[in-house]
Design a protein around this ligand. Structure first.
Ligand code: ADP
Length: 301
């Protein structure tokens, strides 16, 4: 029986009466806090890829930013403990997470868009983190249970590439996760790995919201001819074969790299482009998958 005076809204570490609670009671408080925080988040979406470098973080950030730009409350949790790139891509790498008695405050990227990452905790961002599974599980649990996200319409969880500990932890901790968006590129090797990501999601009982084919062709900036650098259409074919939804394809666009290196989400760029339209389509399809009504969806940014 928990100590009656114990303020279980507070983090146990910040509670003066914590020494009166048993470890079982503290675990109970942690679980309760996690459930309360998650209850205030309407949609929880994992973003995964079978391999690195396919644009998973880019897709996660731009989906999240698109929704925030249209007035939704959105959070992004960078769950890539070993290679947290989200702060750099959002231009917040110089900021640090602050804490209060009842948890950690996320960094506000712009109005309605909040972010949390391991990189925002570390005083030495270039230092490698060598952690095994249980420690990573505990860090993800802290991020989900102890962050003051407030009320969110969408939380995107940017996972490290592959089918390791982190997606498993997220799936175990957030039982009611909406599902996973799987990002791939069109080459056969990337597709092979994304098939594994689909099969992994099924094994851990996370619904697959769909596959995104990134770096899908490019329009030559000089002659305007279309060049299929990494082939095209493989993601859609794989989605068809695996019986999952194809959410769309994003072309290669050099301004995605520039915006990303400058720490600004590409979709916040004012000019129109094929890639920007592709992201808008992607948002529309994702909202369809989440059965977010037209009224709520408003106009795609
Ligand atoms: P991952 O998360 O899969 O490792 P990132 O999102 O970090 O991949 O992207 C890797 C690099 O590719 C980044 O420099 C990013 O700007 C770039 N990139 C991603 N998608 C595109 C695209 N469609 N066009 C051009 N560059 C892209």
């Amino acid at each position: 029986m928990a100590n009656e005076k114990c303020e279980d809204k507070k983090l146990c570490e910040a509670c003066d009466l914590a020494n009166k609670c048993s470890s079982g009671e503290k675990a109970e408080h942690e679980q309760k806090r996690l459930q309360e925080r998650l209850f205030n988040i309407r949609h929880k979406i994992m973003v995964m890829s079978g391999k690195g470098g396919v644009g998973k973080s880019t897709v996660a950030i731009n989906l999240a930013a698109s929704l925030a730009l249209r007035g939704h409350q959105v959070g992004i949790l960078d769950a890539d403990i070993h290679g947290p790139d989200v702060p750099k891509m959002l231009g917040i790498e110089g900021q640090r997470l602050t804490g209060s008695g009842d948890g950690v405050n996320p960094v506000e990227v712009f109005e309605g868009f909040k972010a949390v990452s391991m990189a925002l905790l570390s005083p030495e961002p270039d230092k490698a983190i060598i952690w095994r599974g249980p420690l990573k599980h505990s860090a993800i649990k802290q991020f989900l249970g102890n962050v003051n996200w407030g009320d969110l319409d969408f939380l995107f969880i940017d996972l490290p590439p592959g089918t390791g500990d982190e997606p498993l932890s997220v799936a175990r901790l957030i039982k009611e996760v909406d599902g996973a968006v799987i990002v791939t590129t069109p080459q056969d090797v990337a597709l092979l790995d994304s098939r594994k990501a689909v099969s992994f999601s099924r094994l851990i009982e996370v619904p697959v919201l769909g596959i995104v084919e990134n770096m899908s062709g490019m329009v030559c900036p000089h002659c305007s001819e279309r060049i299929d650098l990494f082939k095209i259409g493989g993601g859609e074919k794989a989605a068809g074969e695996l019986g999952v939804v194809f959410l769309g394809r994003i072309p290669i666009d050099p301004s995605i790299v520039h915006q990303c290196d400058a720490g600004r989400p590409f979709v916040a760029e004012p000019s129109g482009s094929v890639a920007k339209t592709a992201f808008a389509e992607l948002v529309r399809k994702l909202l369809d998958r989440l059965e977010w009504s037209e009224e709520e969806a408003g106009t795609v940014h």
